[in-house]
Ligand binder design. Structure first.
Ligand code: SF4
Length: 470
């Protein structure tokens, strides 16, 4: 089978959907909330004296884990299977969805409760289940809101960051027939009331996994709302979908990540709940789907491999000036911001997402805040290089000709001089053109041609050096 992936349109940066964000209130809400979140997170991380050493240590643990992925994954499978879990491997989203549907049929599942999981977004799981007549309900408050609104998450940690309390109040009034309110506690109460019924009715709970510990065979899920605990423990069947890069070697490595992740994600010292799942509870079933979905492609490129160290804290996204302007949907797939710009082209391929590495000003803030020290700016440059050298939409003949001409021009002083003389003459003559140079394309439409400066330094020096030489 294939996944439906209705909304996966990563080919373009700035898609049609982005236009919704240009409503007067939306970008302001997004930019302001992102600014507030990044400020409070940085205050928390800066207050930890050893935060830089923690980052260094986390980088090394992930480096080891990714370098030894083959052995650690098998160790994890062996240990969690020994306590009664069923482990299934999926090379891509389609295979993971096949496993999911087979489990659902076997257990006669009609409704599913889901806790927030980006990897199930990769699988487009909700649509796949819906096509089989199975209702999947998101239980994380932000995910619940965007699901009700028929939208996709705008941020991986705070999916409804673009919506105000008034937006949510209107949504609950319209979709849930609740009295309008924009009071935060009242809104949370409404969501809680509706979700409680769903936990009790669901035959299957689906979660992601923040870390998978190889030595003990433990799936770790961390959360703040209690919804992941209810989704994984209430229904008789729990399916945990685990991206293969989530592996950690030992339980002793976990506290480091439990300290780093919430501080960088939400500015908390710890999340409210940490679930260590070692196996199924008595009388219940636990399935673990280990999914690749392009991750081994990332592993193949040593210069870009560290993208797999990402712990999905979202700090680089909050801090990205491009993201703050365009929002999460502009990136066309699941992962927005700097991490999306390095991960999506590698998971989905350059042909589909080769433009994303160019969606950055290379200011470097993302690398400064990343808790596992991924050198995102260098990866962006590396992937830009790949994007123009691999067969992809980035490699048009016009662009190749332009760059070949530029390379020829920069190849020797005489060529450079000749070209510059040509440019000067061309720009001077352009004012006599019978049409505006804006007709050359969109880029020139909003820009004036620069004034031709006086003589360049070489020429100036040629005629003036006598004044300065002793
Ligand atoms: S790349 Fe770093 S900062 Fe960005 S989401 Fe991943 S771990 Fe967080």
């Amino acid at each position: 089978m294939t996944t439906t992936q209705h909304h996966l349109d990563g080919a373009e940066f700035l898609t049609e959907q982005t236009k919704n964000l240009s409503k007067p209130t939306a970008p302001a809400a997004l930019g302001e909330t992102a600014e507030r979140a990044s400020k409070s997170n940085r205050e928390v991380t800066d207050s930890v004296p050893y935060f830089q050493q923690w980052r260094e240590a986390a980088h090394r643990v992930k480096q080891y884990a990714i370098a030894n992925l083959d052995k650690l994954l098998v160790e994890f499978e062996r240990n969690i299977s020994a306590r009664g879990a069923t482990v299934l491997w999926a090379k891509d989203a389609a295979e993971a969805n096949e496993h999911m549907l087979r489990i659902a049929r076997e257990h006669n599942v009609k409704s599913v409760v889901k806790s927030k999981s980006m990897v199930t977004e990769e699988m487009d799981l909700n649509h796949v289940l819906a096509e089989e007549g199975i209702r999947a309900l998101e239980t994380d408050l932000g995910e619940y809101i965007v699901q009700l609104a028929g939208q996709r998450p705008v941020h991986i940690v705070t999916p409804a960051i673009h919506m105000s309390a008034a937006d949510v109040g209107r949504l609950f009034h319209e979709k849930l027939r609740e009295p309008y309110t924009e009071e935060h506690t009242a809104l949370t109460d409404i969501a809680r009331r509706h979700l409680r019924e769903a936990y009790l009715a669901a035959e299957m709970g689906v979660s992601g996994c923040n870390c998978a510990i190889a030595r003990t065979g433990t799936a770790v899920v961390i959360e703040n709302e209690g919804n992941a605990g209810l989704s994984t423990a209430t229904p008789p069947v729990h399916v945990a979908v685990v991206g293969i890069e989530k592996i950690l070697p030992r339980l002793e490595d976990l506290p480091l990540f439990l300290n780093l992740l919430p501080r960088s994600a939400t500015g908390q010292k710890l999340t409210s709940y940490t679930h260590l799942i070692h196996g199924p509870a008595p009388g219940r079933k636990l399935y673990v789907i280990l999914i690749d979905n392009g991750r081994t492609n990332v592993l193949r490129d040593p210069a870009a491999r560290s993208a797999l160290y990402c712990i999905r804290c979202g700090a680089c996204i909050y801090n990205c000036p491009v993201y703050r302007q365009v929002g999460g949907w502009a990136y066309g797939w699941i992962y927005p911001g700097p991490i999306g710009s390095i991960l999506t082209p590698q998971l989905r391929g350059m042909k589909e997402a080769g433009k994303l590495p160019f969606a950055s000003s290379l200011c470097g803030l993302c690398a400064e805040v990343c808790p596992v020290k991924i050198d995102i700016p260098h990866q962006l440059v590396h992937l830009r290089h790949r994007a123009v050298n691999e067969p992809s939409p980035m490699r048009s003949w016009t662009e190749r000709l332009i760059w070949a001409g530029w390379a020829w021009m920069m190849g020797g002083p005489l060529r450079y001089k000749l070209a510059m003389t040509g440019v000067r003459i061309g720009v001077r003559l352009s004012r006599y053109l019978p049409w505006h140079p804006g007709k050359l394309g969109a880029w020139t439409r909003g820009r004036e041609l620069p004034q031709v400066p006086g003589p360049d330094f070489r020429n100036w020096w040629k005629y003036n050096k006598s004044k300065y030489e002793p």
